[in-house]
Design a protein around this ligand. Structure first.
Ligand SMILES: [Zn+2]
Length: 309
């Protein structure tokens, strides 16, 4: 009697284990995110820490304030307080969100969905657009399609490699902030550049670069993003920079907020590309390639005049 009860309990536990974890082996590993890291996974960690009551800024750069918040979160949750978000901390940090949810955890989910080209405004409002993006993502990744960002969907989002942009590149704005036509448009004068008409929205590094602060009467609050060979991306008219002078940033790291400083008629982001010889090149073909998810052309192949596409 006792034995058979024990056996049937064992069978039930086994069955439940099999039923609950059919996809466990297909999930990517949780990434390890620690001090010095940057990019959307860091922004995600920061939004989730904010959800849990830690008042840090979600700037995509894992500095000492983020590390302190992680250590505090780990201590409070009985985890090893090593300041790195890995396979033990992620499952405690994530928050299940679904249509109707609001706040920082929704921003975290939207940040992740945009890594896969969802093009959502990171507004913390889980509406029908976010719901659609979640369902598309779940369907594309063999997950149960329920529109809820729960543990398996979180792990697949955070652990996956992203998509929608060629690896190593990101658009300078959220995908929803500017259309393909905006990236193709001519500059208002003959300077090789593009003006992206947006209000006060996050601006991101196009690729791995070193941030170089500068200010000028025409550019206003400006930022050069330097590549090792001396070529650079230049942003103008920012309302604020959110990376330190000299900081290394990766593609998709938030570097500032667009604005209306300098010689600017209305809020917009002015983007220039200059090769190592200082020559300004048309950014349109380069940005359109990123928008279209194909490898961008070499900077030296970009035209120096007639910048439209
Ligand atoms: Zn301009």
């Amino acid at each position: 009697m006792r034995m058979s009860r024990l056996l049937s309990m064992l069978v039930a536990v086994l069955a439940a284990t099999l039923l609950l974890a059919p996809q466990a082996s297909a999930l990517p590993a949780w990434p390890s995110v620690g001090q010095g890291a940057s990019g959307p996974n860091v922004t995600t960690v920061q939004y989730l820490l904010r959800h849990h009551g830690h008042g840090i800024s979600a700037d995509g750069a894992f500095g000492s304030a983020t590390r302190s918040a992680v250590v505090a979160f780990q201590s409070a949750n009985g985890l090893t307080a090593d300041g790195t978000v890995g396979s033990q901390t992620w499952p405690r940090l994530i928050v299940a969100v679904r249509q109707g949810s609001t706040g920082e955890a929704v921003r975290a989910a939207q940040t992740q969905l945009n890594r896969y080209g969802a093009g959502l405004a990171v507004d913390g409002q889980f509406g029908s657009g976010t719901d659609r993006a979640v369902r598309n993502f779940q369907s594309a990744h063999g997950l149960g399609v329920d529109g809820q960002v729960g543990p398996q969907t979180w792990q697949t989002l955070v652990g996956g490699g992203g998509g929608g942009n060629p690896s190593g590149y990101a658009l300078p704005l959220d995908r929803s902030a500017a259309s393909r036509g905006d990236y193709a448009g001519p500059h208002w004068n003959s300077t090789p550049a593009v003006d992206l008409i947006v209000s006060y929205v996050p601006a991101y590094a196009i690729t791995a670069t070193v941030a170089d602060h500068f200010d000028s009467a025409s550019c206003g609050i400006g930022l050069r993003l330097l590549r090792p060979d001396g070529s650079r991306f230049v942003y103008c008219h920012l309302s604020a920079r959110s990376v330190a002078d000299g900081a290394s940033v990766s593609a998709g790291t938030r570097v500032g907020t667009t604005g209306d400083t300098g010689n600017s008629g209305a809020p917009h982001l002015h983007v220039e590309i200059r090769t190592s010889d200082g020559v300004a090149r048309c950014p349109q073909p380069f940005l359109l390639a990123i928008y279209d998810g194909v490898a961008p052309p070499s900077l030296s192949s970009l035209p120096t005049s007639g910048c439209t596409s």
